[in-house]
Design a protein around this ligand. Sequence first.
Ligand SMILES: Nc1nc2c(c(=O)[nH]1)N=C([C@H](O)[C@H](O)COP(=O)(O)OP(=O)(O)OP(=O)(O)O)CN2
Ligand SMILES: [Zn+2]
Length: 123
Amino acid sequence: MTHQMEIFRDFTFESAHRLPNVPEGHKCARLHGHSYRVTVTVGGPVDPHHGWVMDFGDLKKAVQPLVETLDHRVLNEIEGLTNPTSENLAVWFWDRLSDVVENLKCIQIQETATSGCRYFGPN
Ligand SMILES: Nc1nc2c(c(=O)[nH]1)N=C([C@H](O)[C@H](O)COP(=O)(O)OP(=O)(O)OP(=O)(O)O)CN2
Ligand SMILES: [Zn+2]
């Protein structure tokens, strides 16, 4: 019997952004910052010998360089993030991780304690 599971790891970074395509007068057109949290979820069977889906450490090795690319930056200046909404940030992470992290299931971005998005990949 195999046990199907999802594992996840949280990463945080502090970045500034502005949203260029919001309606006139929208507060998010102004430069402002967030303490972002990205949660990366991977699915698969629990390997019976190791007792894990994958090593959390290997997941960190894949994601941390991307987080460092964004930390203490203005997101609009990062390639591929000219309109850095949570949704576009989730796609940005997915596009850079899906080839290196097997069975990537979800990228969750939290901009604030109460707002965020979950991306399950292209269809
Ligand atoms: N679907 C999305 N909507 C909004 C995004 C987004 O990425 N996707 N982003 C923003 C802004 O970045 C804004 O900084 C966050 O918006 P909001 O949660 O409305 O702001 P507050 O935390 O200040 O919430 P209040 O309830 O107004 O205090 C906007 N929308
Ligand atoms: Zn914002």
